[in-house]
Design a binder for this molecule. Structure first.
Ligand code: NDP
Length: 501
């Protein structure tokens, strides 16, 4: 484990580069805030391009030569499975660190850190089942086959809302495929990643296979995303940053996968079980204080059941317990950053100005017990029109837009009228409708009569501005592989060398 030194009240965490714990070369630091207390509690290194160079060099050396290169896929898989056991043994502690650092509920972060191990077991098992093929050839004298080979150094840049889960969706597959990694977590929640990577050393991964660089996006992140020795960038974050990552990778033609934001529609038809639908709507927008990429932030409700659904929704959301995210009974915690707090309040003001009706919340809670934490009341707007900003922009907070519709066709049109396409939900008792509407949705995930379900077995990713590529599930390992075709001539000849063979 990382052994911390304490400076004043703040705990210092260092990066892992080539199996050594290092501060930034120029010894600059970033304060990491506890969102519940509204004050810094830890420091992480503020890396520059020189630190990024060192981390990428370590990952490149580990990929090119040394013990990692020599491991069989089965050996790599065994390491990943051993790591999974260590993750389980440390899940509670890692969950508590995430809650301290990003303010999300321990109920949520603890469940995520306990679940992480499954990604490493799943991809550990997959490591030695990636088969090339012998091709049936039109040229009988050729024996031609394919192999799937690792890309090299993979940069992983992650968001603050679920640091270890989002990292593991990339890292487990990338390592199973034989790559090495340099990880840049969010400046707002780096601590759990710095603690987590110690488990790779304990599991026996060779030096340099997993490295970290903490720091600011435009500084360390940008240097990593454009580094000539990085073969691929696997990114989770906002769509505008995703665009910059894509641009940064263009000059050296990097492989890029982007897991971006959303404005996901959650559609309630009048033939649905309304209690289940309302529970799904609450989970879609108020769980994690709305800070999830898959937030069901647009609730489309058939007009015939609109008022009943809204009443039930308000009844649950109005009584949700706000408080200390480290307590297991808390249902709504603070938002992670002061800037995000201000942005959510700005979007609430914009919705009011545009004429949406605020039927719940709409501001900062007045309860003095919430102290200096960055809290926003669970907020519901009804009468929202899909052209309003509140229905078009990702807010990343506990703000729900309720939009009424009359027909299935209208619901589909409203749902798809978004630049995003990450996820959608459908609540219906009619299997024909479930199949019709799920097929019409322009999104990478569709949930029918459930919401916010993810698994290591199920591909996840976005349509449209919500992303490129898929994480989780068997197909996602190919995001970290490239195909080589090998041709062997079995009948040497001197055919015309100036013509295509
Ligand atoms: P950002 O896009 O602001 O940041 C994501 C990461 O990119 C951070 O590590 C950030 O560093 C880094 N970064 C910022 N600028 C650059 C740059 N110019 N070059 C390289 N890296 C950079 O997103 P947030 O952290 O605010 O996360 C919220 C967003 O993430 C939401 O849009 C959400 O929907 C999305 N998300 C998507 C998920 C998915 O799977 N599709 C899952 C979870 C979240 P720093 O923190 O220092 O700015």
């Amino acid at each position: 484990m990382e052994t911390d030194t304490t400076k004043g009240k703040l705990v210092d965490y260092r990066n892992l580069v080539n199996a050594r714990r290092v501060a930034a070369g120029d010894d600059r630091w970033i304060d990491s805030y506890d969102p519940y207390r509204g004050e810094p509690w830890a420091r992480v290194p503020r890396c520059t391009s020189a630190d990024v160079d060192a981390a990428v060099a370590a990952a490149k050396a580990a990929f090119r030569s040394g013990p990692w290169r020599g491991l069989t896929p089965t050996d790599r898989g065994k390491l990943l499975v051993r790591l999974a056991g260590l993750i389980e043994a440390n899940a509670e502690r890692l969950g508590q660190l995430e809650t301290r650092d990003n303010g999300k509920l321990i109920a949520e972060m603890g469940a995520q850190t306990r679940y992480l191990a499954e990604w490493y077991r799943y991809f550990g098992g997959l490591a030695d089942k990636i088969e090339g093929s012998v091709l049936p050839m039109d040229k009988p004298s050729n024996f031609t086959f394919t192999r799937h080979e690792a890309l090299g150094v993979v940069a992983m840049i992650t968001a603050w809302n679920s640091p270890l889960l989002l990292l593991s969706w990339k890292l487990a597959a990338a390592l199973a495929a034989g790559n090495t990694a340099v990880i840049k977590p969010s400046e707002h929640a780096s601590v759990s990643t710095l603690e987590f990577v110690a488990l790779f050393e304990e599991a026996g991964f060779p030096p340099g296979v997993v490295n970290t660089v903490t720091g600011f996006g435009p500084e360390a992140g940008s240097a990593l995303a454009s580094h000539p020795d990085v073969a691929k960038v696997a990114f989770t974050g906002g769509d505008f940053t995703g665009q910059k990552i894509y641009e940064a990778g263009a000059p050296t033609l990097k492989h890029v996968s982007l897991e971006l934001g959303g404005k996901s529609p959650n559609i309630v038809f009048d033939d649905a079980n309304l209690d289940a639908a309302v529970a799904g709507a609450v989970s879609g927008i108020f769980a994690a204080t709305g800070q999830t990429c898959i937030a069901g932030s647009r609730l489309l409700v058939q007009r015939t059941v609109h008022d009943r659904v809204l009443d039930k929704l308000i009844a649950i959301a109005a009584t949700a317990k706000m408080g200390n995210p480290a307590e297991s009974t808390t249902q709504i915690g603070p938002v992670t950053t002061r800037a995000q707090h201000a942005r959510i309040l700005e979007m609430i003001a914009a919705a009011k100005a545009e004429g949406a009706r605020c039927v719940l919340g709409g501001g900062v809670p007045s309860d003095p017990a919430l102290g200096a934490g960055w809290f926003v009341q669970p907020t519901i707007f009804s009468g929202v029109v899909n052209t309003m900003r509140v229905a078009r922009e990702e807010i990343f907070g506990p703000v729900l837009s309720v939009i009424a519709f009359d027909t299935e066709e209208e619901a589909i049109a409203i749902a798809n009228d978004s630049v995003y396409g990450l996820a959608s939900g459908i609540w219906t008792g009619d299997i024909g409708r479930a199949l019709r509407v799920s097929s019409a949705m322009e999104s990478g995930t569709v949930w029918v009569n459930t919401y916010r379900a993810v698994s290591f077995m199920a591909p996840f990713g976005g349509y449209k501005r919500s992303g490129i590529g898929r994480e989780s599930g068997q197909e996602s390992i190919y995001e970290f592989l490239q195909t080589k075709t090998v041709w062997i001539e079995t009948n040497l000849s001197t055919a015309n060398p100036f013509a295509l063979r």
